[in-house]
Design a protein. Structure first.
Length: 269
């Protein structure tokens, strides 16, 4: 019976990812949509989430009250904004709901707050929920470790609505490359260059971001040596890949103990 299935709240329901999640969840046989959350003042509040999207009713009324949305929920999938995600981490922990966090642009302080909530709740967080990117992260770590002394540059491209840079995925890739070399990304991180920068500093990891049109998400890890280079690339053409990963994480989280998990944990990579 649908009522016995774990119920999931979609936070940021009207967003690019929120709409995709409502669609993917409505076709998911092992979970049900238990709530839809939007920011106060949003014009979807009070409407059926399916109808607000221009489709068939889903039987879920969009609310701006997280506690109301989580009342009968076992999970929250959250692709919103850092301030909303931090607030949700505490509320989801109180409600004993698995919190799947796709939001990017989180600061070190935000992550410390999430770590604190994860002491008594299941939290799965990843800057990219797709299978392909999570595999690429492993490959980037291995390549950076093997290609000692080669320069590492990460180039990412996204749609013109994206508000944070570098992308969460670029940071995951950079962290993996740094880890492969036994480095701390904070120390070797270099942002996009401009002006008279001087020659490239050996051992650093460079980040460049393109924002244009409707690009869903593209990431290159360039490893450049003398006379040759390796380029590891992921191209996302459909946001459904992120939504499917998040739904998988929400299901996986139902049988875990408290902790701050990654998609690599979910996927067993
Ligand atoms: N980890 C991953 O695989 C992916 C992560 N993202 C990240 O997810 C986030 C959202 O991306 P998009 O859907 O493209 O953005 P968007 O701007 O289309 O959607 C965000 C939604 O969150 C809502 N929101 C803001 N504050 C809220 C609050 N307090 N309570 C409830 N809802 C609130 C907004 O009104 C908006 O509808 C970004 O940080 C993005 O980088 C996006 C795609 C994949
Ligand atoms: O904002 C987006 O759209 C995306 N954000 C994530 C990121 O910051 O890496 C994941 C994906 O690339 C799409």
């Amino acid at each position: 019976m649908a009522g016995d299935l774990p119920g999931i709240v979609v936070a940021g329901a009207s967003g690019r990812m929120g709409r995709m999640l409502l669609q993917v969840l409505s076709e998911e046989p092992n979970l049900r949509i238990a709530g839809a959350l939007e920011r106060p003042g949003h014009d979807w509040i009070g409407s059926d989430a399916g109808e607000a999207m221009g489709g068939a009713p889903l039987g879920v009324t969009v609310t701006d009250d997280p506690l109301e949305a989580m009342a009968s929920a076992q999970g929250v999938i959250d692709f919103t904004a850092p301030a909303a995600t931090i607030e949700m981490a505490d509320l989801a922990a109180q409600a004993r709901a698995v919190h799947v966090i796709g939001t990017t642009g989180l600061s070190a302080e935000d992550i410390a707050r999430i770590d604190a909530a994860a002491r008594h709740a299941v939290i799965v967080r990843a800057g990219n929920m797709s299978l392909g990117v999570n595999l690429l992260v492993q490959l980037a770590k291995q390549a950076a470790a093997s290609l000692e002394g080669w320069d590492v540059e990460i180039v990412e491209a996204h749609h013109h609505h994206k508000v944070d840079a570098p992308s969460g995925t670029a940071l995951m890739l950079g962290e993996a490359a740094a880890e492969g070399r036994g480095q701390d990304l904070e120390k070797v991180y270099r942002a996009a260059r401009d002006g008279i920068t001087g020659p490239r500093e050996a051992g650093t990891i460079g980040f460049s971001a393109i924002r244009a049109g409707d690009i869903v998400g593209e990431h290159d890890v360039i490893l450049a040596g003398q006379g040759e280079r390796v380029v590891l690339r992921h191209v996302a053409t459909d946001r459904a890949i992120f939504a499917r990963g998040a739904v998988r994480a929400a299901l996986w989280g139902q049988s875990q103990g408290p902790g701050h998990y990654s998609m690599a944990d979910v996927l067993g990579l």
